[in-house]
Design a protein around this ligand. Sequence first.
Ligand code: AMP
Ligand code: ZN
Length: 486
Amino acid sequence: MLWPTRWFKKGAGIAPSGKVPIFLTNTLSGDKEVFISHTRGTALLYSCGPTVYGPAHIGNLRSYVFSDTLTRVLKCGGYRVLRVINITDVGHLVGDGDEGEDKMAVGAEREKTSPEAIAKKYAELFIEDLEQLNIDTSDIRFPRATEYINEQIVLARTLEEKGFAYRLKHGLAFDTARFPGYGRLGNVDVAAQRAGARVDADKEKRHPADFWLWRSARPHDLQQWNSPWGRGNPGWHIECSAMIRALLGPEIDIHTGGEDHIAIHNNNEIAQSEAALGRPFVRYWMHNAFLTMDGEKAAKSLGNVVYLSDIMEHGYHPLALRYFFLQAHYRSPISFTWEALAAASAGLERLWALSRAVADESARAREASQSRTAFLAAMRDDLGTPQALAILWETLRSEEYSPEEKWGLIEDAEAHLGLKLTEPPASNTVAGADIPEDIARLLAKRATARDAKDFAEADRLRDELETRGYHVEDGPAGPVLTKRTL
Ligand code: AMP
Ligand code: ZN
């Protein structure tokens, strides 16, 4: 097969030395395993992407900061990472299985426009959100499901020809009973799932676990295509199998997603791809735990979500959210509260201040140290970000390390964590007394505006600070705030 190198930046990694093992928890085995890629020096990585019928919420964003951290660890370990995140712009259904309303139609109806316009708007917003979180999107391929309808049809047809699918009045369904080991990811008890499923929702299917590969169009469906099974639209799961095959090949190294995808979506991907291609599909499955709000999972359908834009409107730097995520291990649930975000923001501001001071003291010269070795070991041990951050804090506060050793660690921490530690943005760290909260917020907003090169907004905020009696001056170590004496 042709490796799709032209879609990825050249030289996006160096050949691995083979001396630095990386351990990852594989949902397939439930164990931590040493990572060995199929092709030496290259890691093929796919992450289930968002359905673009509205903005991605911060729970979704946790999933992509996790896969970005994984990418960083692989790159720092010497791998060239070919990375794909799909954009679901076909209106699959709101429910987890095959029931519910068509999400893209819901979005189009809400904004009185077409599914295409909704998809374009929210795909762009999603990519902007990733960039705000310091994810290098120029290095990721974002295929859209509507661009791969043909590939999805070809895969479904292969499954039908091989006897893994059966036709129904309303489309084509995958026959899970024909695929040995169906449900092995996460050891899903398929028998119980079948027994407990709502049979009435899909009377036509042989088993409730069977799923649509193609579904006939209903008269009001806004998105529909021709196929060997008549006009209709592809099932939800087939797009990931088809796009992985088209862009990365028949077998990939790592597939990531939120843990909600294990039971149905990812098991269905395995069934489709392995049945059609007759070979293993994914070597390492990795899943992030949920972000919760008041003890409940954050989900658009539950209406309890927060967006990155809300966080920025509150005056926080977007990287405060990244730091908040990294404080927890990706396999542990995290509970979002505004207080926890404020604490994360304060922590990151302090890290930036320490980093600015070390940059000055070391003149940005780096030296190796024991703490650097410990940091790398923590990150390569299944992305141990809480341990790695603890090592970073301890080292920066310690008097036992030289400024050069500290700077060496900061550079490594930046490469792995992506918190702009080596180039801290203008911040509201001000020498001296406490700043009132409303003033701190204005300063943080100004920092965000400057970061986004929105200098008009930054100037407006500076004027607002002036009218409130504060003067801000941008020094080499960040903005310096002084209270005007009246
Ligand atoms: P979706 O658009 O629902 O397919 O979600 C996109 C990605 O975000 C998937 O990998 C989901 O598993 C993940 N996800 C959704 N909700 C959350 C949450 N509350 N916490 C963490 N990950 C989530
Ligand atoms: Zn997927």
